[in-house]
Design a protein around this ligand. Structure first.
Ligand SMILES: [Zn+2]
Length: 111
């Protein structure tokens, strides 16, 4: 697949990356339809946040579910979904109280 990779402040390249794979039974693979730059992407781009090794960037997107792990029950292949900078399970206390961005089981995108 192709994706944006930040190498240094002001240095973002469109590169070939490994195709995504289901690593955990709770994973889903999404074929992005539309993405955008998040304000938090601008911190490293402007040199205000350490970049370290080159890494994929971007974490705001919509797209279609391509594949799901064996424990995924809330989405299915072909479904159109809206993503966020972090996952949420909608089952923990934080999610049930409307605070999905601080899910107790969250994982961040672009890692
Ligand atoms: Zn949760």
């Amino acid at each position: 697949m192709r994706g944006a990779v930040i190498h240094a402040p002001g240095d973002v390249r469109f590169e070939t990356l490994d195709d995504p794979r289901i690593l955990h039974p709770t994973d889903a693979i999404i074929r992005t339809a539309v993405t955008c730059v998040c304000g938090s992407d601008l911190w490293p781009y402007r040199g205000l946040e350490t970049i370290g090794d080159p890494h994929p960037m971007g974490h705001e997107y919509v797209g279609f579910v391509e594949e799901v792990g064996s424990e995924v029950t809330s989405v299915k292949p072909g479904q159109f979904v809206v993503g966020s900078f972090a996952t949420s399970d909608n089952t923990c206390a934080n999610c049930r109280n409307g605070w999905q961005s601080n899910c107790l089981h969250r994982e961040f995108m672009s890692t």
